[in-house]
Design a protein around this ligand. Structure first.
Ligand code: HEC
Ligand code: HEC
Length: 230
């Protein structure tokens, strides 16, 4: 009986986790930067709870994230601030009508430039010590599931790519549609060279993404999966 509240709390937490991973922000310019930059330390619940803050208050929030060691290039900071004050401010514009753009937007290059290039670079070369390269990275071909899991659920923990060590975290991109994720993985696999010799490429389909989406994995669990992927 005395364990009652603990069990209830654990159940509530367990129920809240997948929901938090699926938080969707209102569409608008800059939203991709928020998804990319504001989920490495906490989920987007904090950001959504800030809805209605005044511009100066959002500015102060970003300043305090800096104290927690979030570093942003100036142009990105401005873009994020503009997004937060416009779409999560006291008077947000009405939500844009659904125009099916999610399915139309399954252009891998466009998804890459909007969601991945900030860290992995426009040419997929990454940034030494911080972001691993995707160009010529054999891990993209290791096992059909690995790149899907990384994009859906993120990746956290030490890894080695092309002889260099990285020990950082990539946020999850589960807000992208199955079509967008399949397209962006197809893009990074083909844009800067194809499969390494001897690899029979297994195409990534939206259906394959949908199958992995239901797995409530953490970025650390994807790291453990990566360690044993062939
Ligand atoms: C480097 C880690 C880190 C990153 C990246 C980060 N935050 Fe935070 N954030 C924190 C910490 C730590 C807290 C405080 C958590 C607590 O008090 O429980 C926090 C709390 C918040 C809060 C709650 C109010 C507050 O000020 O405590 C908001 C809103 C917030 N973050 C917004 C953002 C936004 C927007 C971004 C993206 C631009 C972002 N965070 C990125 C670390 C981070
Ligand atoms: C906020 C920066 C950031 C963004 C944006 C980002 N990544 Fe990453 N990515 C990382 C980091 C950091 C790692 C390495 C994580 C670690 O050290 O465990 C990584 C690792 C990866 C890996 C695994 C590489 C390997 O060799 O195992 C893949 C695949 C990947 N990212 C693809 C993508 C794709 C596709 C996108 C866009 C949808 C994207 N990333 C967006 C930071 C980012």
């Amino acid at each position: 009986m005395r364990l009652g509240p603990f069990v209830a709390a654990a159940l509530a937490l367990g129920a809240a986790l997948p929901a938090a991973a699926q938080i969707r922000l209102p569409a608008g310019p800059g939203v991709e930067q928020v998804y990319a930059r504001c989920r490495t330390c906490h989920d987007l619940q904090y950001v959504v709870d800030g809805k209605g803050l005044l511009p100066d208050q959002w500015r102060a929030v970003l300043a305090s994230m800096k104290d927690y060691s979030l570093t942003l290039p100036e142009d990105e900071r401005e873009r994020i601030l503009h997004y937060l004050t416009t779409y999560l401010g006291p008077h947000p514009p009405p939500a844009a009508p659904a125009d099916g753009s999610e399915t139309h937007a399954a252009d891998g290059r466009a998804v890459y430039q909007a969601s991945c290039a900030a860290c992995h670079g426009a040419q997929g070369r990454g940034q030494p010590g911080f972001y691993p390269p995707l160009a010529g990275n054999p891990d993209l071909w290791k096992d059909g599931r690995l790149p899907i899991l990384v994009v859906l659920h993120g990746l956290a923990g030490p890894i080695e790519v092309a002889g260099a060590r990285y020990d950082s975290a990539m946020p999850p991109f589960g807000h992208l549609s199955d079509e967008q994720i399949a397209a962006v993985i197809g893009y990074v696999r083909s844009a800067w060279g194809g499969a390494p010799a001897g690899r029979a490429p297994e195409p990534i389909t939206p259906e394959a993404v949908a199958r992995q989406r239901g797995r409530a994995m953490t970025a650390a669990e994807v790291h453990a999966y990566r360690a044993q992927a062939q």
